[in-house]
Ligand binder design. Structure first.
Ligand SMILES: Nc1ncnc2c1ncn2[C@@H]1O[C@H](COP(=O)(O)OP(=O)(O)OP(=O)(O)O)[C@@H](O)[C@H]1O
Ligand SMILES: [Mg+2]
Length: 475
């Protein structure tokens, strides 16, 4: 970031953010049954949506987007949130909505005489090696020069997997034996900062779609992260990133590491649970991945002393920094006992290691791959994550009541509140409407559209006009 951009950029302690989760999909089949392709299952999954909305790309009552993209990975993009725990609630509400659809799909298949289980996995790589994402969106100022921001963020982003990776067993490949990696996405990204999403998979995407006033805002799209199962892992992933963004915006003294070839290093970091991977800096010196994280964490702790208490409460971010410190201390000492209920890769590795030892010590055993996958099954009572949670082996960050509430209510602190009220009225009046992130449109009798370009605004008199118009012609 240049001095000039530091001077004009606001510090968004209250920041708009959203998470997009793509799910892996699979059905069981008995030997007599024909296997359904993921595409076929996805279509059964979305049948209730298509029946109700005549589309597989919709906004749900809680103002989130639900859709089926190419590649048959159903996706939920949460509504705009402006604080950390709220975002976690909406992401988890998305899981529950998708699970509800999976249950309906199972009933439909049974009614059609081909009963089978439908699995949704919140992970990032399927058994064929295809990758799908968990994208984080952070609003930043238009004055922030993205390229510079990206350079400052890259060392943080390539090492962030140490504190919040989902972990995975990578199957044997050529001469490389099967092994445990810290993160699922590390092997899937190819560039640092760029505008492409699919072709080259950059860590930070600069595609210019702010979903808001393009004179004031940008939407930073981070695609390097893993989907998180454990709530504290989500909190650390997003919370640490929020803190680094705030520090950069404030011109706070953020650690600078000019890492040579950062993208090639991300794969080495994923392969080293000690965090000792050396990163060569352009000045000829080296730091370890762990030292990079420790420097950001220490500075974030100092930042909290002067941070304006808005958006995500500072008290909540203190919990983030406390967890961050504990994870780094655990990696340093290799004693994981103080964080083995909070961080996905640590929880998962502990579990599969116990089995691996019983099974003869080979990471390539198919039973271990099965355990790895089952950890990401989102079904309560069936997925391993949920089973461990119920046994008290995984910690919480939020509560069920808040997640349940988020299923049917839009966030009330952001633009999503307008969309939620609009959708509720349309549902009640059976009105024909069209909605996207910025626009709300009543289609009949004559189209009436309003554009809401400030995602921070949860109130706007133009909403009342739209509602009055809807009421007049549909009641
Ligand atoms: N101004 C904003 N700043 C940050 N995040 C935003 C903003 N407006 C919307 N969002 C969030 O961005 C996400 C957009 O999700 P969506 O899946 O539509 O992404 P996309 O990048 O536009 O499209 P696609 O996934 O189809 O490529 C949502 O989670 C939403 O809440
Ligand atoms: Mg998306």
């Amino acid at each position: 970031m240049s001095e000039a951009s530091a001077a004009v950029s606001p510090v968004f302690t209250r920041r708009i953010m959203g998470i997009e989760v793509e799910y892996g999909i699979f059905t069981s089949a008995t030997p007599e049954q024909r296997k359904l392709t993921p595409d076929e299952v996805a279509r059964v999954l979305f049948r209730p949506i298509i029946d109700e909305y005549s589309s597989s790309n919709i906004f749900s009552p809680n103002a989130s987007r639900l859709y089926l993209d190419v590649g048959s990975h159903p996706e939920v993009a949460t509504a705009e949130c402006d604080s950390l725990t709220q975002l976690i609630n909406y992401e988890r509400a998305g899981d529950r909505v998708m699970d509800g659809l999976a249950r309906k799909a199972e009933q439909a298949l049974e009614a059609e005489g081909c009963a089978r289980s439908v699995y949704l996995f919140k992970n990032n790589v399927d058994s064929a090696g295809n990758s799908y994402g968990c994208h984080e969106n952070y609003l930043i100022s238009r004055h922030m020069i993205l390229k510079n921001l990206g350079v400052a963020l890259l060392p943080f982003m390539i090492t962030r997997q140490l504190i919040c990776g989902a972990g995975m067993i990578a199957p044997a490949k050529g001469n490389e034996p099967a092994k445990f990696l810290l993160s699922q996405r590390a092997d899937q990204v190819w560039e640092g900062v760029s505008s492409a999403t699919t072709r080259s998979r950059p860590i930070i995407n600069t595609r210019d779609e702010p979903h808001g006033d393009s004179k004031r805002f940008r939407r930073m799209h981070v695609i390097v992260g893993d989907s998180s199962m454990a709530e504290p892992t989500s909190a650390l992933k997003v919370g640490s990133t929020l803190l680094v963004l705030e520090m950069l915006e404030a011109g706070f003294d953020v650690p600078r590491f000019a890492v040579d070839k950062p993208i090639s290093r991300i794969r080495d970091i994923a392969r080293d649970a000690t965090g000792r991977t050396p990163l060569h800096l352009e000045d000829g010196s080296t730091v370890t991945a762990l030292e990079v994280q420790a420097a950001f964490c220490a500075q974030a702790k100092r930042w909290l002393e002067q941070r304006e208490d808005a958006g995500t409460p500072t008290a909540e971010l203190r919990r983030v920094v406390d967890l961050w410190e504990r994870v780094l201390a655990a990696i340093e000492s290799q004693d994981f006992s103080k964080v083995d209920r909070e961080i996905d890769w640590i929880i998962k590795r502990g579990l599969v290691e116990r089995y691996r030892d019983k099974l003869g010590g080979d990471w390539g055993h198919p039973k271990l791959a099965q355990i790895d996958l089952t950890y990401h099954d989102i079904r309560a009572g069936r997925g391993l994550y949920d089973i461990l949670l119920r046994r008290g082996m995984i910690a919480r960050w939020t509560q069920d009541e808040a997640i349940e509430h988020a299923i049917n209510h839009a966030p009330d602190t952001t633009r999503a509140a307008l969309r939620g009220k609009f959708l509720a009225a349309a549902h009640r009046l059976n009105a024909n409407v069209t909605v996207d992130w910025t626009r709300l449109k009543v289609n009949r009798p004559e189209p009436l559209t309003e554009e809401f370009l400030d995602p921070f605004d949860a109130e706007d008199p133009r909403l009342d006009e739209l509602l009055a118009y809807m009421e007049k012609f549909h009641s």
